[in-house]
Every structure is written in C-alpha cells, then in structure tokens.
Design a protein around this ligand. Structure first.
Ligand SMILES: [Zn+2]
Length: 346
C-alpha cells in the first residue's frame, strides 16, 4: 500500500466563471463527493495546498501578466477572451492551484509521500508566459517544475499530458529547454482547440527534440493510448532518465466527455497511471505525481479520479485493455519513432 497524498482544498471552489461555464466549482465538489462515497478518502491523506508566491509565478510568467490577473480580480472581475473569465476570487484561487501542484511535487521529491494527486482548479496547461487562455490563468505544472528545479537542482523532469487538448501553454514555456521532456498526447489539433500541437513541433535550439506532440486520431480508445505508451513513450522516457515524472491529467479525453472525440474510459486512466508508476519505479525511485487539468463530465471525472487514486495507492486492480487500434495511430508511432530517434536513443 502506498502513502498517497491528495492535495485539495475547499477553497478551490472560490473561482467561478459563471453558471454555464464548463470549468465549474462542481467539478471538484462532485468528484470529492464521489470519492467519499467509495470510502477511498480514508485510505489516503488529504493535504492542504500552499499558496504560490509571486516569486514562484514569476519564474514562468511576466510580471505584467501576473498584475493583469490580480488587478482584474481586485476590481471585481473581467473577461479575458471568449471562454476565459476572471471573477473576484480568481487570482486567489489560481495562486492556490499553482501552490497545490507545487506542494504535490515537493512532497514527492522530498519523499514525504510515495506519490500524490493535486486535484486543483483552475487548470493551467493553456496559460503562457504572457497570456491566459482556455480556462487557464497561470501554468500550474510549469510553476511546479521551476520550483522543483530551483529547490532541488533537478536537471531532467518529464511531463506527460493526457488532457484531450494539446498543452500549448506548457509547450511554449519549455520550447527551448532540454531540462524538461514535455510530452502531450491529444486529439489531432486539426480537429480541436487549440489548433496547435503537431508532430513537427519539436522545440528549438537546445530544446530541439524535447517537445513531443502526439496528435492521435479522433475515436482513439484505451488500447490506442496503451500501444503508443508501450511502443514510443516508454522507450523515450528510458532514454531521457527523468528524475521525476509529472502527469498533467485532463479527464476530458474520457468517452463520456463530449468536448472532444477521444474515447478513453476510467480503466484506461487506471492503466496509464500504473504504466507510469512502473516507469517511475525503474527510473526515478518511484517519484511520480499527477495534477488535474480538464475534465467536464462530472461522473466521468469522479470515476476516473477514483481509478487513478486506487492505482496510486497500489491497490489490486488492473484491467486487460484490448481491441483493434485506429490504423492511423500505428503509422503515428512509426513516424514518431523515426523522428525522435535522431534526438534520443529509442
Ligand atoms: Zn482539455
């Protein structure tokens, strides 16, 4: 049985972008209600997140961007673009979201816990150096990466983002940076927001080959993700030898979440968690943590979070994931292996 931290706070409900907005406080209240109903909450430790400092944010974002979000919150709120709003408590909640991911990372890297899941909102992976976008204000995972590098001098951190949307914000932040192997698997951006995250986008300068985009076909299922992880992501990770593995877990790639056409199930998230835990055991003394990104079908988010936490706890389970692959994804793996073998030992 693992010692697992669930980093979570009721204060994550303070940010509210409006009644009809999919990124709602109910995402977390319903998930926690579901987890409580299963009895799982008694087998892990709930940890209150720290609040990220301005210095923590400023390792990733411009001061102008930070002040813009703060000032807008302090004056009662405003709209940033069509789908991203700031309310009175957005700034405070966003600092707590970044702080939650940073707390999870700290607890895992210093070995206070075997692993952790930072169940935070608002999400972060579309936020860039100078820009909020796609329900995201500050890039929580990037802020945690810079914090861990600063505190522990880590040289190689791996991010795997399974949210259905490409992690364009995270990609832009680490574009030139080989200290982060930044992998995003997502629905083909020709057919989904944010319209970027193509295989050809591999980073630049010293970072060339350390940005990895895996654009899968609409209709992809658990077996497609398993195939891609086994045949491409695992060899890539073994070549890079990360010191910690971070999963940007967006459960909007669930088949019941109609924001995209990716069709994963809670079994798939369970199996992916187990696969990355095994990888972390072999590469980085088991150091792994997850942080929540998207996920807008409340039932699917609750069930998926339950399966992920069961895996983190090391409880018996595991599923046989089988079925025919979407043909495109087999070609995709061949193309990825060929492309990245010039940067890594695949
Ligand atoms: Zn998403």
């Amino acid at each position: 049985m693992s010692n697992t931290a669930l980093v979570y706070s009721k204060r994550y409900m303070m940010h509210d972008a409006g009644k009809s907005h999919p990124e709602s406080p109910g995402r977390l209240t319903e998930t926690v209600r579901y987890l409580q109903g299963t009895g799982l909450m008694d087998r892990l430790r709930v940890v209150e997140p720290k609040t990220a400092s301005i210095d923590d944010l400023a390792r990733v974002h411009s001061i102008e961007h930070i002040e813009r979000i703060r000032d807008c919150s302090e004056t009662g709120g405003c709209r940033i673009n069509a789908d991203t709003y700031i309310s009175e408590h957005t700034f405070e909640t966003a600092l707590l979201a970044a702080g939650g991911v940073l707390t999870a990372g700290d607890l895992v890297v210093n070995k206070s816990f075997d692993n952790a899941f930072a169940m935070v909102r608002p999400p972060g992976h579309h936020a860039r150096y100078d820009k909020a976008a796609g329900f995201c204000y500050f890039n929580n995972v990037a802020i945690a990466v810079r914090f861990l590098q600063h505190k522990y001098n880590l040289e190689r951190i791996m991010i795997f983002d399974w949210d259905t949307h490409a992690a364009d914000g995270t990609m832009s932040i680490f574009w030139n940076d080989p200290s982060v192997l930044n992998i995003s698997i997502h629905q083909d951006p020709n057919t989904l927001y944010p319209g970027t995250g193509f295989m050809e986008q591999v980073g630049e300068g010293e970072g060339e080959g350390y940005t990895v985009n895996i654009p899968v076909a609409a209709g992809s299922q658990d077996q497609d993700y398993r195939y891609i992880i086994e045949n491409f992501v695992k060899p890539l990770a073994r070549s890079y030898k990360p010191q910690v593995i971070i999963i940007s877990a967006g459960m909007d790639s669930h088949k019941k979440d109609l924001i995209s056409q990716i069709a994963l199930t809670e079994k798939g998230y369970s199996e992916m968690t187990r696969a990355f835990m095994e990888l972390a055991d072999g590469l980085c003394d088991g150091r792994i943590f997850l942080e929540l990104e998207g996920g807008y079908n409340l039932k699917a988010l609750g069930k998926s979070s339950f399966e992920i936490l069961k895996s983190l706890l090391g409880e018996p389970g595991g599923y046989v994931i089988d079925g025919a692959l979407v043909p495109h994804n087999k070609e995709l793996v061949d193309a990825l292996r060929e492309k990245f073998s010039s940067y890594h030992n695949l």
